[in-house]
Design a binder for this molecule. Structure first.
Ligand SMILES: Cc1cc2nc3c(=O)[nH]c(=O)nc-3n(C[C@H](O)[C@H](O)[C@H](O)COP(=O)(O)OP(=O)(O)OC[C@H]3O[C@@H](n4cnc5c(N)ncnc54)[C@H](O)[C@@H]3O)c2cc1C
Length: 474
């Protein structure tokens, strides 16, 4: 052991979950000795924004925060970022979906798995007449077997749920690409209870998911009219990276970069971290805020069963090609936030976000910034292609779908390998087993988006929860 101080709390992983955890520790115990050990060269994990001299603000990973889940926005407010918050641009709205090689509007009111406006769905060219009638059957179908007001059935896949309530066409043409855009995973395997339990709750409460959603939308509109604090999605003037940058600035030298933790073992009073550099750190409590496979490797010697459960959580990959063009080089009206692509269209592109249409201040005047997502559950090999191949694929897709012929003025290629946890059917049981085992280890807690929510607000909430837990452990 070196003469290093005995830390009160060591946080392993400086993604948004780990940063939020350390910040919370200091809010609750300002004199605590806390350090974040981050393997990479900068804090924030997948959250990263590049700002160029020409005036582009490029989110190189995630770009939006769902405000319905409050943890991330509350953290931003406590960090003094409230004045920096931006909402999605009101001029454009909704998204397109690829249908037989063309961009068609996602029907008004369609919410990931289900319609809140059955008339708009019935008018949509995305479905055949038969498909529309089958979708409308949700209005009259009874609740599924085992679903009742006070009781939810065993876990089921997202695909099974949509097929049962709305039929195969809604699944293939709408739900699969829209859910794929969020989870990057196969809906046949995704757990409904772990990803979007609200739809199951709608069926349990209202019988028809469509009717339930219509009521929910009406209530949400009333709330918005009475002055909701934020729009549904938010970001920051300087990009999503503003959030981890602000937390890291508040933590100061407590964040150690380039500090990869290689081993974790029990110590005399707490834990002993072995850094890849050979340094040893003693800490009374530890928050493990790294992806599940890395967490598995770290806890293997402490609890092999826990490590086994962690390793069973699968991850998916994607690549993102970001391109900038002069506005006149893009013949499309750009009157939406982007488009998504059904797997049955058989394309390399999964989705595209029109960043400078979606958010204010992302491109200089007269330019547009477009992001193209490639890969997905059915094309796992794509994110591992070379830069030139990914760029060529992105340009080919934009030419075919949006008529963009000109070469881009700016290009960025980013890979997100094994980046997205897939919550497969049974995920919540696995998480309960993980939490049971972890809670048996005094002063150790897990955080991150592998467990109870894949987005930024979930990761922040998990970090804050982990901080509460380890401090409660005494
Ligand atoms: C392409 C993409 C787009 C996304 N878009 C959105 C979006 O728009 N909105 C949204 O809400 N969510 C989005 N997400 C999800 C969001 O990025 C995650 O919820 C969030 O980044 C998870 O944070 P985390 O701290 O749990 O994990 P991570 O960001 O993975 O952070 C873990 C950190 O631990 C470090 N680490 C790993 N091993 C060690 C070790 N042994 N020692 C020390 N450090 C280690 C890593 O370097 C990393 O920095 C997106 C994800 C991807 C990949």
């Amino acid at each position: 052991m070196t003469g290093a101080p005995h830390l009160d709390v060591a946080v392993i992983g400086g993604g948004v979950a780990g940063l939020a955890a350390a910040h919370r520790v200091l809010e609750l115990a300002p004199s605590a000795e806390v350090r974040v050990f981050e393997a990479g060269p900068r804090p924030g994990g997948w959250l990263q924004t590049e700002r160029t001299d020409e005036g582009y603000v490029i989110d190189r990973g995630p770009d939006s925060i769902l405000t319905e889940k409050p943890a991330a926005m509350r953290l931003a407010e406590r960090l003094g970022l409230a004045a920096e918050v931006v909402a999605t641009e009101p001029g454009a709205h909704g998204a397109y979906i690829v249908h037989d090689g063309r961009l068609e509007r996602v029907p008004e009111g369609f919410s990931v798995l289900a319609p809140s406006d059955p008339i708009a769905l019935a008018r949509s060219p995305l479905l055949t007449v038969r498909g529309r009638l089958r979708a409308a059957a949700d209005l009259v179908l009874p609740r599924g077997r085992g679903v009742s007001k006070g009781h939810l059935p065993p876990d089921q896949s997202l695909a099974a749920f949509v097929r049962r309530r709305f039929g195969g066409e809604v699944l293939d043409r709408l739900a699969q690409p829209l859910a794929g855009g969020i989870y990057g995973a196969d809906p046949e395997r995704l757990s409904l209870a772990a990803t979007m339990p609200r739809f199951l709750a709608l069926e349990a409460t209202h019988r028809s998911v469509t009717i339930g959603l219509m009521r929910r939308v009406r209530a949400a509109r009333a709330r918005a009219a009475s002055g909701a604090r934020y729009h549904l999605f938010a970001s920051f003037r300087r990009g999503i990276g503003a959030l981890p940058e602000a937390v890291a600035a508040a933590l100061g030298e407590r964040v150690r970069l380039g500090a990869s933790v290689a081993t974790l073992a029990e110590g005399r009073s707490g834990y002993r971290l072995g850094l890849a550099s050979g340094e040893t750190i003693a800490a009374r409590r530890v928050i493990v805020a790294v992806p599940a496979p890395r967490a598995a490797a770290l806890v293997e010697r402490l609890d092999a069963t826990l490590a086994g459960h962690l390793r069973a959580i699968r991850y998916g990959s994607a690549a993102v090609v970001t391109l900038a063009y002069a506005r006149e080089a893009v013949p499309h009206p750009l009157d939406a936030y982007g488009f998504v692509v059904p797997a049955i269209e058989g394309r390399l592109v999964l989705a595209s976000t029109w960043s400078s249409v979606k958010w204010p201040g992302r491109a200089p005047a007269g330019k547009v910034l477009l992001r193209v997502f490639l890969g997905g559950a059915t094309r796992p090999e794509v994110p591992r292609l070379g830069d030139a191949q990914l760029l060529a694929a992105a340009r080919r897709e934009l030419r075919a779908l949006m008529g963009v012929e000109a070469p881009p003025g700016l290009v960025r290629v980013d890979r997100f390998l094994d980046a997205m946890p897939h919550y497969h059917v049974g995920h919540l049981d696995r998480v309960e087993a993980i939490e049971d085992r972890a809670s048996a280890m005094a002063g150790l807690s897990l955080a991150g988006n592998a467990y109870r929510g894949v987005g930024i607000p979930d990761a922040v909430a998990s970090g804050e929860r982990a901080a509460d837990e380890v401090l409660r452990d005494g």
